[in-house]
Design a protein around this ligand. Structure first.
Ligand code: ATP
Ligand code: MG
Length: 562
Protein backbone atom coordinates (compact mmCIF):
# COMPACT_ATOMS: atom_id res chain seq x y z
CA UNK A 1 0.00 0.00 0.00
CA UNK A 2 1.41 3.38 -0.84
CA UNK A 3 1.81 6.06 1.81
CA UNK A 4 -0.89 8.29 0.29
CA UNK A 5 -3.52 5.61 0.01
CA UNK A 6 -3.28 4.46 3.59
CA UNK A 7 -6.15 5.80 5.63
CA UNK A 8 -5.17 7.93 8.58
CA UNK A 9 -5.22 6.42 12.03
CA UNK A 10 -7.25 8.34 14.57
CA UNK A 11 -4.19 10.06 16.05
CA UNK A 12 -3.14 11.27 12.61
CA UNK A 13 -6.69 12.46 12.12
CA UNK A 14 -6.48 14.52 15.33
CA UNK A 15 -3.25 16.10 14.09
CA UNK A 16 -4.70 16.81 10.64
CA UNK A 17 -7.70 18.46 12.32
CA UNK A 18 -5.39 20.62 14.45
CA UNK A 19 -3.41 21.64 11.39
CA UNK A 20 -6.63 22.46 9.52
CA UNK A 21 -7.76 24.53 12.48
CA UNK A 22 -4.71 26.73 12.22
CA UNK A 23 -2.00 25.05 14.24
CA UNK A 24 1.31 25.87 12.53
CA UNK A 25 3.07 22.73 11.30
CA UNK A 26 6.30 23.94 12.95
CA UNK A 27 4.60 23.57 16.33
CA UNK A 28 4.32 19.82 15.98
CA UNK A 29 6.56 18.04 18.44
CA UNK A 30 6.32 14.58 19.96
CA UNK A 31 8.04 12.61 22.67
CA UNK A 32 8.55 9.03 23.74
CA UNK A 33 8.60 8.97 27.57
CA UNK A 34 9.90 5.66 28.97
CA UNK A 35 10.35 5.20 32.67
CA UNK A 36 13.86 3.74 33.09
CA UNK A 37 12.69 0.90 35.33
CA UNK A 38 13.05 -1.98 32.89
CA UNK A 39 13.84 -2.88 29.30
CA UNK A 40 11.59 -1.94 26.42
CA UNK A 41 9.13 -4.52 25.14
CA UNK A 42 7.14 -5.04 21.98
CA UNK A 43 4.33 -2.92 23.46
CA UNK A 44 6.70 0.02 23.75
CA UNK A 45 7.59 -0.58 20.12
CA UNK A 46 4.00 0.40 19.26
CA UNK A 47 4.45 3.72 21.04
CA UNK A 48 7.93 4.25 19.59
CA UNK A 49 6.74 3.54 16.05
CA UNK A 50 3.74 5.81 16.58
CA UNK A 51 5.66 8.79 17.96
CA UNK A 52 8.75 8.54 15.80
CA UNK A 53 6.56 7.62 12.82
CA UNK A 54 4.63 10.87 13.30
CA UNK A 55 7.94 12.71 13.56
CA UNK A 56 8.99 11.32 10.20
CA UNK A 57 5.62 11.85 8.60
CA UNK A 58 5.37 15.52 9.65
CA UNK A 59 9.10 16.19 9.71
CA UNK A 60 8.72 17.14 13.37
CA UNK A 61 11.17 16.59 16.24
CA UNK A 62 10.65 13.73 18.67
CA UNK A 63 12.22 13.91 22.10
CA UNK A 64 13.34 10.93 24.09
CA UNK A 65 12.28 11.82 27.61
CA UNK A 66 13.17 9.55 30.46
CA UNK A 67 10.38 9.76 32.96
CA UNK A 68 12.66 9.36 35.93
CA UNK A 69 10.58 10.51 38.87
CA UNK A 70 10.88 7.39 41.03
CA UNK A 71 14.45 6.87 42.28
CA UNK A 72 13.45 3.64 44.02
CA UNK A 73 13.17 1.63 40.82
CA UNK A 74 15.24 3.43 38.23
CA UNK A 75 18.72 2.74 37.02
CA UNK A 76 21.30 3.85 34.49
CA UNK A 77 21.43 0.31 33.06
CA UNK A 78 17.86 0.77 31.88
CA UNK A 79 18.56 4.18 30.38
CA UNK A 80 21.39 2.71 28.31
CA UNK A 81 19.34 -0.30 27.23
CA UNK A 82 16.40 1.88 26.18
CA UNK A 83 18.61 4.11 24.03
CA UNK A 84 20.22 1.12 22.39
CA UNK A 85 16.86 -0.44 21.57
CA UNK A 86 15.36 2.71 20.03
CA UNK A 87 18.45 3.21 17.89
CA UNK A 88 18.38 -0.41 16.84
CA UNK A 89 14.75 -0.03 15.79
CA UNK A 90 16.04 2.64 13.45
CA UNK A 91 14.76 5.85 15.03
CA UNK A 92 16.55 9.07 15.91
CA UNK A 93 15.44 11.32 18.72
CA UNK A 94 15.88 15.05 18.63
CA UNK A 95 16.85 15.63 22.28
CA UNK A 96 17.64 13.24 25.09
CA UNK A 97 15.87 14.67 28.11
CA UNK A 98 14.91 13.67 31.64
CA UNK A 99 11.96 14.64 33.79
CA UNK A 100 14.56 15.11 36.51
CA UNK A 101 15.94 18.02 34.45
CA UNK A 102 12.77 19.84 35.43
CA UNK A 103 12.75 19.12 39.16
CA UNK A 104 13.66 22.72 39.98
CA UNK A 105 11.10 24.17 37.57
CA UNK A 106 8.40 21.82 38.88
CA UNK A 107 9.29 22.80 42.43
CA UNK A 108 9.06 26.50 41.60
CA UNK A 109 5.66 26.00 40.01
CA UNK A 110 4.53 24.05 43.08
CA UNK A 111 5.60 26.98 45.27
CA UNK A 112 3.52 29.31 43.08
CA UNK A 113 0.56 27.01 43.52
CA UNK A 114 0.94 27.00 47.29
CA UNK A 115 1.15 30.78 47.26
CA UNK A 116 -1.99 30.93 45.13
CA UNK A 117 -3.79 28.71 47.65
CA UNK A 118 -3.96 25.84 45.19
CA UNK A 119 -1.78 23.31 46.98
CA UNK A 120 -1.32 22.24 50.57
CA UNK A 121 0.77 19.95 52.72
CA UNK A 122 -1.24 17.08 54.12
CA UNK A 123 0.18 15.39 57.20
CA UNK A 124 -2.15 12.43 57.16
CA UNK A 125 -0.88 8.99 56.31
CA UNK A 126 -1.68 7.40 52.97
CA UNK A 127 -4.46 5.14 54.23
CA UNK A 128 -6.35 8.06 55.78
CA UNK A 129 -5.96 10.00 52.58
CA UNK A 130 -7.21 7.02 50.59
CA UNK A 131 -10.19 6.59 52.88
CA UNK A 132 -11.22 10.22 52.56
CA UNK A 133 -11.03 9.99 48.81
CA UNK A 134 -14.53 8.50 48.70
CA UNK A 135 -15.71 6.25 45.91
CA UNK A 136 -16.98 6.90 42.40
CA UNK A 137 -20.49 7.05 43.89
CA UNK A 138 -19.77 8.89 47.13
CA UNK A 139 -18.01 12.21 47.51
CA UNK A 140 -14.72 12.51 49.34
CA UNK A 141 -13.99 14.36 52.57
CA UNK A 142 -11.77 17.35 52.95
CA UNK A 143 -8.49 16.81 54.74
CA UNK A 144 -8.22 18.58 58.12
CA UNK A 145 -5.06 20.23 56.71
CA UNK A 146 -6.72 21.47 53.55
CA UNK A 147 -7.15 25.03 54.71
CA UNK A 148 -3.97 25.55 56.69
CA UNK A 149 -2.33 28.98 56.18
CA UNK A 150 -0.13 29.50 53.15
CA UNK A 151 2.88 30.34 55.34
CA UNK A 152 2.58 27.04 57.16
CA UNK A 153 2.36 25.18 53.86
CA UNK A 154 5.46 26.92 52.57
CA UNK A 155 7.41 26.14 55.71
CA UNK A 156 6.41 22.49 55.71
CA UNK A 157 7.05 22.07 52.02
CA UNK A 158 10.53 23.49 52.56
CA UNK A 159 11.09 20.91 55.30
CA UNK A 160 9.88 18.12 53.02
CA UNK A 161 12.36 19.26 50.42
CA UNK A 162 15.36 19.57 52.69
CA UNK A 163 15.06 16.04 54.03
CA UNK A 164 14.03 16.97 57.57
CA UNK A 165 10.89 14.84 57.42
CA UNK A 166 10.38 11.11 57.29
CA UNK A 167 9.12 9.30 54.23
CA UNK A 168 5.34 9.01 54.44
CA UNK A 169 4.96 11.76 57.04
CA UNK A 170 3.33 14.19 54.60
CA UNK A 171 2.62 14.95 50.97
CA UNK A 172 1.86 18.00 48.90
CA UNK A 173 -1.63 17.88 47.39
CA UNK A 174 -3.33 20.02 44.81
CA UNK A 175 -6.43 21.72 46.18
CA UNK A 176 -9.07 20.92 43.59
CA UNK A 177 -12.37 19.35 44.60
CA UNK A 178 -13.03 16.42 46.91
CA UNK A 179 -16.47 15.95 45.41
CA UNK A 180 -15.37 15.88 41.77
CA UNK A 181 -16.93 13.06 39.76
CA UNK A 182 -13.48 12.28 38.39
CA UNK A 183 -11.64 10.67 41.29
CA UNK A 184 -8.29 11.91 39.97
CA UNK A 185 -9.51 15.45 40.66
CA UNK A 186 -10.01 14.83 44.37
CA UNK A 187 -6.98 16.70 45.64
CA UNK A 188 -4.32 14.53 43.97
CA UNK A 189 -0.88 14.13 45.49
CA UNK A 190 1.79 16.18 43.71
CA UNK A 191 4.86 15.32 45.80
CA UNK A 192 5.92 12.61 48.19
CA UNK A 193 9.03 12.37 50.33
CA UNK A 194 11.59 9.80 49.22
CA UNK A 195 14.91 9.81 50.99
CA UNK A 196 16.60 7.95 48.16
CA UNK A 197 19.46 8.71 45.87
CA UNK A 198 18.44 9.43 42.27
CA UNK A 199 20.45 8.10 39.32
CA UNK A 200 20.92 11.64 38.01
CA UNK A 201 20.27 14.13 40.78
CA UNK A 202 21.94 12.14 43.54
CA UNK A 203 20.87 13.31 47.00
CA UNK A 204 19.79 16.81 45.97
CA UNK A 205 16.11 16.09 46.32
CA UNK A 206 14.08 14.50 49.07
CA UNK A 207 10.75 15.09 47.38
CA UNK A 208 9.79 13.59 44.07
CA UNK A 209 6.88 14.64 41.82
CA UNK A 210 4.06 12.24 41.01
CA UNK A 211 3.44 11.20 37.41
CA UNK A 212 0.39 13.39 36.89
CA UNK A 213 2.16 16.49 38.11
CA UNK A 214 5.42 15.83 36.30
CA UNK A 215 4.24 14.54 32.98
CA UNK A 216 2.10 17.32 31.59
CA UNK A 217 4.39 20.04 32.91
CA UNK A 218 7.38 18.29 31.32
CA UNK A 219 5.43 18.18 28.05
CA UNK A 220 4.86 21.91 28.45
CA UNK A 221 8.53 22.68 29.15
CA UNK A 222 9.46 20.78 26.02
CA UNK A 223 6.59 22.35 24.07
CA UNK A 224 5.24 18.97 23.02
CA UNK A 225 2.17 19.47 20.85
CA UNK A 226 0.67 15.99 21.15
CA UNK A 227 1.37 13.91 24.22
CA UNK A 228 0.31 10.39 23.31
CA UNK A 229 -0.20 7.85 26.03
CA UNK A 230 -2.08 4.64 26.62
CA UNK A 231 -5.75 4.34 27.52
CA UNK A 232 -5.35 3.86 31.24
CA UNK A 233 -4.54 7.58 31.38
CA UNK A 234 -7.80 8.65 29.80
CA UNK A 235 -9.30 9.66 33.13
CA UNK A 236 -6.10 11.48 34.05
CA UNK A 237 -6.63 13.85 31.16
CA UNK A 238 -8.81 16.23 33.13
CA UNK A 239 -6.06 16.55 35.73
CA UNK A 240 -3.41 16.90 33.01
CA UNK A 241 -5.39 19.87 31.72
CA UNK A 242 -5.97 21.32 35.18
CA UNK A 243 -2.26 21.27 35.99
CA UNK A 244 -1.55 22.95 32.65
CA UNK A 245 -4.14 25.63 33.42
CA UNK A 246 -2.03 26.64 36.44
CA UNK A 247 1.04 27.50 34.38
CA UNK A 248 -0.06 27.98 30.79
CA UNK A 249 0.92 31.15 28.95
CA UNK A 250 -1.18 31.76 25.83
CA UNK A 251 1.72 32.53 23.50
CA UNK A 252 3.16 29.04 24.00
CA UNK A 253 2.14 25.63 22.67
CA UNK A 254 -0.36 23.94 24.92
CA UNK A 255 0.24 20.18 24.91
CA UNK A 256 -2.70 17.87 24.32
CA UNK A 257 -2.90 14.45 25.87
CA UNK A 258 -4.49 11.84 23.64
CA UNK A 259 -4.83 8.15 24.38
CA UNK A 260 -4.53 4.96 22.36
CA UNK A 261 -4.90 1.30 23.31
CA UNK A 262 -1.93 -0.59 24.68
CA UNK A 263 -0.44 -3.26 22.50
CA UNK A 264 -1.11 -6.62 24.09
CA UNK A 265 0.26 -9.77 22.57
CA UNK A 266 -1.08 -13.27 23.02
CA UNK A 267 0.92 -15.84 25.02
CA UNK A 268 2.99 -13.31 26.88
CA UNK A 269 2.94 -10.60 29.53
CA UNK A 270 3.95 -7.05 28.82
CA UNK A 271 4.33 -5.23 32.09
CA UNK A 272 7.87 -4.34 33.06
CA UNK A 273 7.15 -5.29 36.65
CA UNK A 274 6.18 -8.79 35.57
CA UNK A 275 9.07 -9.09 33.16
CA UNK A 276 11.39 -8.06 35.98
CA UNK A 277 9.94 -10.86 38.10
CA UNK A 278 10.76 -13.36 35.36
CA UNK A 279 14.34 -12.07 35.30
CA UNK A 280 14.85 -11.83 39.05
CA UNK A 281 13.29 -15.17 39.79
CA UNK A 282 15.36 -16.72 36.99
CA UNK A 283 12.53 -18.06 34.88
CA UNK A 284 14.56 -16.64 32.01
CA UNK A 285 18.26 -15.96 31.60
CA UNK A 286 17.89 -12.16 31.50
CA UNK A 287 16.01 -9.29 29.92
CA UNK A 288 17.39 -10.33 26.53
CA UNK A 289 16.46 -13.99 26.85
CA UNK A 290 15.16 -14.92 23.38
CA UNK A 291 11.83 -15.99 24.89
CA UNK A 292 11.17 -12.53 26.32
CA UNK A 293 8.84 -10.09 24.54
CA UNK A 294 11.47 -7.40 25.03
CA UNK A 295 13.11 -5.65 22.10
CA UNK A 296 16.45 -7.01 23.28
CA UNK A 297 15.01 -10.52 23.54
CA UNK A 298 13.56 -10.33 20.06
CA UNK A 299 16.87 -8.99 18.73
CA UNK A 300 18.76 -11.86 20.30
CA UNK A 301 16.18 -14.27 18.92
CA UNK A 302 16.91 -13.05 15.39
CA UNK A 303 14.14 -10.55 14.75
CA UNK A 304 15.05 -7.62 12.54
CA UNK A 305 14.17 -3.97 13.25
CA UNK A 306 12.15 -3.81 10.04
CA UNK A 307 10.03 -6.83 10.96
CA UNK A 308 9.12 -5.19 14.27
CA UNK A 309 8.33 -1.90 12.56
CA UNK A 310 6.19 -3.69 9.98
CA UNK A 311 4.40 -5.54 12.74
CA UNK A 312 3.66 -2.30 14.59
CA UNK A 313 2.41 -0.72 11.40
CA UNK A 314 0.06 -3.55 10.44
CA UNK A 315 -1.22 -4.11 13.96
CA UNK A 316 -2.06 -0.41 13.91
CA UNK A 317 -3.23 2.05 16.52
CA UNK A 318 -6.49 1.37 18.18
CA UNK A 319 -8.94 3.20 20.42
CA UNK A 320 -9.98 0.11 22.31
CA UNK A 321 -8.09 -2.54 24.22
CA UNK A 322 -7.40 -5.64 22.21
CA UNK A 323 -4.97 -8.52 21.95
CA UNK A 324 -2.79 -8.94 18.91
CA UNK A 325 -2.05 -12.49 17.80
CA UNK A 326 1.64 -13.28 18.20
CA UNK A 327 1.37 -15.07 14.84
CA UNK A 328 1.25 -11.65 13.18
CA UNK A 329 4.68 -10.81 14.57
CA UNK A 330 5.96 -14.19 13.41
CA UNK A 331 4.47 -13.63 9.98
CA UNK A 332 6.50 -10.47 9.48
CA UNK A 333 9.83 -11.97 10.42
CA UNK A 334 9.20 -15.05 8.27
CA UNK A 335 8.21 -12.91 5.37
CA UNK A 336 11.38 -10.88 5.63
CA UNK A 337 13.76 -13.76 6.28
CA UNK A 338 12.29 -15.70 3.40
CA UNK A 339 13.67 -12.99 1.14
CA UNK A 340 16.90 -12.25 2.94
CA UNK A 341 18.16 -15.32 4.79
CA UNK A 342 20.67 -17.57 3.00
CA UNK A 343 19.67 -21.23 2.86
CA UNK A 344 22.00 -23.69 4.52
CA UNK A 345 21.82 -27.28 5.66
CA UNK A 346 21.85 -28.37 9.26
CA UNK A 347 20.81 -31.66 10.81
CA UNK A 348 19.40 -31.43 14.32
CA UNK A 349 18.99 -35.11 15.09
CA UNK A 350 21.59 -36.84 12.95
CA UNK A 351 21.63 -40.46 11.79
CA UNK A 352 24.44 -41.72 9.60
CA UNK A 353 23.89 -42.69 5.97
CA UNK A 354 26.53 -44.71 4.13
CA UNK A 355 26.34 -44.59 0.35
CA UNK A 356 27.81 -47.98 -0.37
CA UNK A 357 28.41 -47.50 -4.09
CA UNK A 358 30.11 -44.10 -3.68
CA UNK A 359 33.91 -44.51 -3.83
CA UNK A 360 35.64 -44.50 -0.48
CA UNK A 361 37.83 -41.45 0.05
CA UNK A 362 36.13 -39.53 -2.77
CA UNK A 363 34.86 -36.03 -2.09
CA UNK A 364 33.03 -33.58 -4.27
CA UNK A 365 32.10 -29.97 -3.87
CA UNK A 366 28.54 -29.49 -4.99
CA UNK A 367 27.00 -26.24 -6.03
CA UNK A 368 24.20 -25.00 -3.80
CA UNK A 369 21.98 -22.01 -4.36
CA UNK A 370 22.10 -19.55 -1.48
CA UNK A 371 18.63 -18.14 -1.84
CA UNK A 372 16.12 -18.86 -4.59
CA UNK A 373 14.19 -15.75 -3.51
CA UNK A 374 17.15 -13.48 -4.11
CA UNK A 375 18.90 -13.55 -7.50
CA UNK A 376 21.86 -11.61 -6.08
CA UNK A 377 22.56 -14.23 -3.43
CA UNK A 378 24.64 -16.53 -5.66
CA UNK A 379 25.93 -20.00 -4.92
CA UNK A 380 28.21 -21.75 -2.47
CA UNK A 381 29.90 -25.13 -2.43
CA UNK A 382 28.97 -27.91 -0.07
CA UNK A 383 31.13 -31.02 0.32
CA UNK A 384 29.67 -34.41 -0.44
CA UNK A 385 31.11 -37.78 0.57
CA UNK A 386 30.32 -41.45 1.10
CA UNK A 387 29.14 -40.84 4.63
CA UNK A 388 26.56 -38.23 5.34
CA UNK A 389 24.08 -37.42 8.07
CA UNK A 390 20.38 -36.97 7.61
CA UNK A 391 17.62 -36.14 10.04
CA UNK A 392 16.56 -39.25 11.99
CA UNK A 393 12.91 -38.47 11.41
CA UNK A 394 13.48 -38.34 7.66
CA UNK A 395 13.92 -42.11 7.55
CA UNK A 396 11.52 -44.95 8.26
CA UNK A 397 12.03 -48.60 7.63
CA UNK A 398 8.42 -48.80 6.63
CA UNK A 399 5.93 -46.08 6.03
CA UNK A 400 2.75 -45.46 4.14
CA UNK A 401 2.47 -43.71 0.82
CA UNK A 402 2.20 -40.31 2.38
CA UNK A 403 5.70 -40.49 3.80
CA UNK A 404 7.71 -38.70 1.13
CA UNK A 405 11.06 -39.04 2.79
CA UNK A 406 13.49 -41.93 2.83
CA UNK A 407 12.26 -45.48 3.40
CA UNK A 408 13.62 -48.92 2.61
CA UNK A 409 13.68 -49.74 -1.10
CA UNK A 410 12.56 -46.24 -2.01
CA UNK A 411 14.30 -43.23 -3.38
CA UNK A 412 14.64 -39.69 -2.17
CA UNK A 413 16.61 -36.71 -3.44
CA UNK A 414 19.33 -35.20 -1.31
CA UNK A 415 19.04 -31.41 -1.56
CA UNK A 416 21.62 -30.00 -4.03
CA UNK A 417 22.92 -33.54 -4.62
CA UNK A 418 21.97 -37.04 -5.78
CA UNK A 419 19.05 -39.39 -5.58
CA UNK A 420 19.66 -42.15 -3.08
CA UNK A 421 17.83 -45.38 -2.31
CA UNK A 422 17.78 -47.04 1.11
CA UNK A 423 18.70 -50.71 1.12
CA UNK A 424 19.33 -51.78 4.70
CA UNK A 425 19.91 -50.58 8.23
CA UNK A 426 22.33 -51.38 11.04
CA UNK A 427 20.95 -51.29 14.58
CA UNK A 428 22.54 -51.31 17.99
CA UNK A 429 21.62 -53.65 20.82
CA UNK A 430 18.67 -51.53 21.81
CA UNK A 431 17.28 -51.72 18.33
CA UNK A 432 18.20 -48.15 17.51
CA UNK A 433 19.23 -47.45 13.94
CA UNK A 434 22.89 -46.44 13.82
CA UNK A 435 23.47 -46.55 10.06
CA UNK A 436 21.35 -46.52 6.94
CA UNK A 437 22.97 -48.13 3.94
CA UNK A 438 22.01 -46.58 0.64
CA UNK A 439 23.06 -46.55 -2.98
CA UNK A 440 23.10 -43.47 -5.15
CA UNK A 441 22.31 -42.83 -8.78
CA UNK A 442 25.56 -41.43 -10.08
CA UNK A 443 23.88 -39.58 -12.96
CA UNK A 444 21.26 -37.84 -10.85
CA UNK A 445 23.25 -34.89 -9.53
CA UNK A 446 20.85 -31.97 -9.36
CA UNK A 447 21.55 -29.24 -11.84
CA UNK A 448 23.86 -31.46 -13.92
CA UNK A 449 21.45 -31.51 -16.86
CA UNK A 450 21.36 -35.30 -17.33
CA UNK A 451 18.09 -37.16 -17.77
CA UNK A 452 18.55 -38.67 -14.31
CA UNK A 453 19.07 -35.25 -12.76
CA UNK A 454 15.59 -34.34 -13.91
CA UNK A 455 14.06 -37.53 -12.63
CA UNK A 456 11.19 -36.78 -10.30
CA UNK A 457 11.19 -38.46 -6.93
CA UNK A 458 8.64 -37.71 -4.28
CA UNK A 459 10.78 -36.15 -1.60
CA UNK A 460 13.86 -34.00 -1.04
CA UNK A 461 15.71 -34.07 2.26
CA UNK A 462 18.61 -32.10 3.73
CA UNK A 463 21.91 -33.59 4.87
CA UNK A 464 25.49 -32.76 5.83
CA UNK A 465 28.66 -34.64 4.80
CA UNK A 466 30.13 -36.46 7.75
CA UNK A 467 33.77 -35.49 7.27
CA UNK A 468 33.01 -31.76 7.20
CA UNK A 469 30.05 -31.53 9.51
CA UNK A 470 30.47 -28.90 12.20
CA UNK A 471 28.97 -29.60 15.62
CA UNK A 472 26.68 -26.90 16.91
CA UNK A 473 24.40 -26.10 19.79
CA UNK A 474 20.91 -25.21 18.68
CA UNK A 475 18.44 -23.57 21.05
CA UNK A 476 14.84 -24.26 20.24
CA UNK A 477 12.14 -22.16 21.81
CA UNK A 478 8.51 -22.59 22.52
CA UNK A 479 6.13 -20.00 23.93
CA UNK A 480 7.08 -18.86 27.40
CA UNK A 481 3.47 -19.23 28.55
CA UNK A 482 0.98 -21.99 27.92
CA UNK A 483 -1.96 -19.65 28.26
CA UNK A 484 -3.04 -17.07 25.71
CA UNK A 485 -3.49 -14.39 28.37
CA UNK A 486 -1.44 -15.48 31.40
CA UNK A 487 -2.11 -12.35 33.43
CA UNK A 488 -5.87 -12.30 32.98
CA UNK A 489 -6.81 -14.99 35.53
CA UNK A 490 -8.20 -13.57 38.73
CA UNK A 491 -6.61 -15.01 41.83
CA UNK A 492 -3.84 -16.72 39.90
CA UNK A 493 -0.28 -15.61 39.46
CA UNK A 494 0.76 -15.26 35.83
CA UNK A 495 3.79 -17.42 36.56
CA UNK A 496 1.55 -20.42 37.10
CA UNK A 497 1.14 -20.49 33.33
CA UNK A 498 4.82 -20.62 32.46
CA UNK A 499 5.61 -23.31 29.94
CA UNK A 500 8.15 -25.62 31.61
CA UNK A 501 9.43 -26.68 28.19
CA UNK A 502 9.96 -23.30 26.58
CA UNK A 503 13.66 -23.94 25.96
CA UNK A 504 15.18 -27.05 24.43
CA UNK A 505 18.94 -27.10 24.07
CA UNK A 506 20.14 -29.42 21.36
CA UNK A 507 23.86 -30.16 21.56
CA UNK A 508 24.12 -32.86 18.91
CA UNK A 509 23.29 -30.81 15.84
CA UNK A 510 25.60 -30.84 12.84
CA UNK A 511 25.78 -27.98 10.36
CA UNK A 512 27.41 -27.54 6.97
CA UNK A 513 30.98 -26.21 7.02
CA UNK A 514 30.11 -22.82 5.48
CA UNK A 515 28.64 -21.89 8.87
CA UNK A 516 32.04 -22.04 10.55
CA UNK A 517 32.61 -18.42 9.62
CA UNK A 518 29.13 -17.20 10.56
CA UNK A 519 29.17 -14.18 12.82
CA UNK A 520 27.06 -13.26 15.81
CA UNK A 521 23.65 -12.11 14.69
CA UNK A 522 23.86 -13.67 11.19
CA UNK A 523 20.56 -15.13 10.08
CA UNK A 524 19.96 -18.28 8.05
CA UNK A 525 17.28 -20.58 6.89
CA UNK A 526 18.17 -24.11 7.92
CA UNK A 527 16.44 -25.80 5.05
CA UNK A 528 13.20 -27.51 5.95
CA UNK A 529 13.67 -26.57 9.63
CA UNK A 530 13.16 -22.86 10.06
CA UNK A 531 15.04 -19.61 10.51
CA UNK A 532 17.98 -19.43 12.88
CA UNK A 533 20.52 -16.85 13.96
CA UNK A 534 23.92 -16.98 15.60
CA UNK A 535 23.60 -16.32 19.32
CA UNK A 536 25.58 -13.64 21.18
CA UNK A 537 27.46 -16.30 23.12
CA UNK A 538 28.54 -18.21 20.03
CA UNK A 539 32.27 -18.66 19.33
CA UNK A 540 34.25 -20.27 16.47
CA UNK A 541 34.83 -23.30 18.65
CA UNK A 542 31.34 -23.52 19.98
CA UNK A 543 28.70 -22.43 17.54
CA UNK A 544 25.34 -21.56 19.05
CA UNK A 545 22.20 -20.93 17.05
CA UNK A 546 18.77 -19.72 18.13
CA UNK A 547 15.67 -20.76 16.32
CA UNK A 548 13.97 -17.51 15.42
CA UNK A 549 10.80 -18.90 13.92
CA UNK A 550 9.54 -21.89 11.95
CA UNK A 551 8.90 -22.02 8.23
CA UNK A 552 5.19 -22.54 8.13
CA UNK A 553 3.06 -19.51 8.12
CA UNK A 554 0.15 -19.96 10.46
CA UNK A 555 -0.92 -16.31 10.13
CA UNK A 556 -1.49 -16.35 6.37
CA UNK A 557 -3.43 -19.59 6.79
CA UNK A 558 -5.65 -18.12 9.44
CA UNK A 559 -6.29 -15.06 7.36
CA UNK A 560 -7.10 -17.27 4.42
CA UNK A 561 -9.67 -19.19 6.42
CA UNK A 562 -11.55 -16.06 7.43
P1 ATP B 1 4.70 -1.22 31.70
O1 ATP B 1 3.29 -1.40 32.15
O2 ATP B 1 5.17 -2.23 30.75
O3 ATP B 1 5.64 -1.02 32.82
P2 ATP B 1 4.63 1.57 31.28
O4 ATP B 1 3.51 2.24 30.59
O5 ATP B 1 4.73 1.76 32.73
O6 ATP B 1 4.64 0.08 30.84
P3 ATP B 1 6.59 3.40 30.37
O7 ATP B 1 8.05 3.26 30.40
O8 ATP B 1 5.95 4.39 31.25
O9 ATP B 1 5.98 1.97 30.64
O10 ATP B 1 6.09 3.61 28.88
C1 ATP B 1 6.66 4.52 27.98
C2 ATP B 1 5.66 4.78 26.91
O11 ATP B 1 5.32 3.61 26.23
C3 ATP B 1 4.37 5.35 27.49
O12 ATP B 1 3.94 6.39 26.65
C4 ATP B 1 3.44 4.18 27.47
O13 ATP B 1 2.12 4.61 27.35
C5 ATP B 1 3.93 3.41 26.25
N1 ATP B 1 3.63 1.99 26.40
C6 ATP B 1 3.96 1.19 27.43
N2 ATP B 1 3.46 -0.04 27.25
C7 ATP B 1 2.80 -0.02 26.08
C8 ATP B 1 2.05 -0.99 25.34
N3 ATP B 1 1.89 -2.22 25.78
N4 ATP B 1 1.49 -0.60 24.17
C9 ATP B 1 1.66 0.65 23.72
N5 ATP B 1 2.33 1.61 24.37
C10 ATP B 1 2.91 1.28 25.53
MG1 MG C 1 4.67 4.02 33.27
Amino acid sequence: MSEEKKSLNFIEQIIEDDLNNGMPKENLRFRFPPEPNGYLHIGHAASICLNFGLGLKYNAPVNLRFDDTNPAKEEQEYVDAIKKDIEWLGFEWDKELYSSDYFQQLYDWALDMIKAGKAYVDEQNSSDIAEQKGTPTTVGKNSPYRDRPIEENLALFEKMKSGELEEGSCVLRAKIDMSATNMYMRDPVMYRILNKSHHRTGNTWHIYPMYDWAHGESDYVEQISHSLCTLEFKHHRELYDWFLDQIYQPQLVRPKQREFARRNLSYTVMSKRKLLELVEEKFVAGWDDPRMPTISGLRRRGYTPSSIRKFSETAGISKRDNVTDIALLEFHIKNELNKSAPRVMAVLDPVKVIITNYPEGKEELLKAENNPEDDQAGYREVPFSREIYIEREDFREQANKKFFRLKLDKEVRLKNAYIIKANSVVKNEEGHITEIHCTYDEDSLSGSGTEASKRKVKGTIHWVASSHAVPAEVRLYDRLFLDEAPDSHKGKDFKEFINPNSLHINTKALVEPSLKTAEIGDRFQFQRLGYFNVDNDSTQNHLIFNKTVGLRDSWAKQEHKK
